[in-house]
Write a protein that binds this ligand. Structure first.
Ligand code: SAM
Length: 386
């Protein structure tokens, strides 16, 4: 249940108190690939249904794993999304189209055939690093996928984007007790990419082995069985762009921007995903330079970042459009409402309604990295109007 913290608004009175009555069916596509985020589809679905109507244009400029885009499509809204992280771009794009499963399977067969004739040249340095995570056989297959799809992520067609996204989803994760796995790596987290040292020590201590089935195409097909959605939904639009200029990205005015910007220096969206970004041909040591996100600011720069984003979002909205922003508090010192007091004179929006979601301090917050202790105890749901 969400708690309304300011203003009384009749139409919303009962909205967040009906958790038991609320029917929500999670779409299989949500499961393509995990991503560090606290933005539950059920909440997004509720917000979309409360604040928008069928056919409305909804935009998420920090799309992450594409939750808003997919929920907007399901609710028959026109969905738009962007993010500056290539990983997010690929995952969100994979959720934006209606695809034909037989064509996906035919393409996998084609890739598998090509792999059987593939002349592999080992990059010794890369392999020495990656051999902590993948067996040699899996590493070879992944290098093939990296070559065929990963490094071409910007220009792939919809089917290849979907296949790549499913590979990103099975790249690393836990092994079952019987030694089989849905994932390609040594047993590890399927959200965060752990450091080599940590994994090496863990493997030694627990005598871990690589998963039994080493055919990555078979595991890919298993994944596709799990996530493929037959239902035809309105098509979504996805770009890789900076949210600070979100009014210039789609050349449209939106009814609603629904989004969750990075919280103050809590997650490093590239470092936490370095193995997945490796498959997209990014180098671990160069991530911060190659992909410049707004996820690593000090308080003062963070405020400027939010002001810049909010002013751009203002321009991207129709005259009666709304911005719905989910944003967490970071320690007691950095409560969003306090921050808002400091920046509100630099922003044209009015904060019309504010809710808090005390469930935000959930498991995923705690397990996500060393800064978890500073992470949000509550999420703020803010409704801004012009
Ligand atoms: C809190 S996450 C969004 C999570 C998303 N709501 C979901 O369900 O997965 C914040 C996102 O902002 C992105 N990001 C950071 N700086 C950005 C910028 N300047 N422009 C666009 N996206 C940015 C990160 O890549 C990350 O995906």
């Amino acid at each position: 249940m969400l708690i309304k913290s300011t203003h009384n608004h009749a139409s919303l009175k009962y909205l967040f108190n009906d958790d038991n009555k609320f029917q929500f069916q999670k779409n299989k596509l949500h499961e393509i690939c995990p991503y560090v985020a606290m933005y539950p589809p059920k909440l997004v679905n509720k917000l979309i249904k409360t604040f928008t109507k069928e056919g409305d244009l909804i935009y998420d400029p920090f799309s992450g794993r594409g939750t808003t885009l997919l929920e907007a499509r399901i609710a028959k809204r026109q969905a738009y999304a962007s993010d500056l992280n290539p990983l997010s771009f690929v995952i969100t794009k994979a959720k934006s189209r209606n695809l034909d499963k037989s064509k996906i399977l035919a393409r996998i067969e084609q890739l598998e055939n090509k792999y059987s004739h593939y002349k592999f040249q080992l990059n010794r340095k890369d392999y020495d690093y990656m051999k902590t995570y993948f067996s040699k056989n899996v590493y070879h297959q992944l290098c093939f996928i990296k070559n065929e799809l990963g490094r071409k992520w910007k220009k792939l067609n919809d089917i290849d984007t979907f296949i790549l996204s499913c590979f990103l989803g099975i790249l690393h994760g836990p092994t079952r007790k019987d030694g089989t796995s849905l994932f390609l790596s040594i047993s590890m987290s399927n959200t965060n990419a752990m450091s080599k040292n940590y994994v090496d020590n863990y493997v030694k201590k627990h005598h871990l082995h690589f998963p039994i089935n080493e055919n990555i195409f078979e595991k890919l097909k298993e994944k596709i069985e799990k996530v493929f959605c037959e239902k035809k939904l309105p098509i979504g639009n996805v770009k890789m762009k900076d949210a600070k200029k979100c009014h210039q990205i789609f050349n449209k005015k939106f009814d609603c921007i629904m989004t969750s910007p990075p919280y103050l220096n809590i997650f490093n969206y590239t470092r936490e995903n370095w193995i997945r970004l490796w498959l997209l041909d990014y180098k671990k040591d160069n991530l911060n330079k190659a992909i410049k996100l707004d996820d690593n600011h000090k308080y003062k720069e963070y405020k400027s970042f939010l002001v810049e984003f909010l002013n751009s979002a203002y321009k991207a909205l129709k005259i009666n459009g709304k911005l719905i922003m989910i944003i967490g508090d970071v320690e007691n010192k950095y409560k969003f409402l306090n921050l808002w007091q400091e920046i509100k004179n630099d922003v044209k929006f009015k904060l019309k309604e504010h809710y808090i979601d005390p469930r935000a301090n959930n498991k995923s917050t705690r397990k996500n990295g060393s800064k978890a202790g500073r992470a949000t105890k509550v999420d703020n749901i803010c409704v801004f109007v012009k």
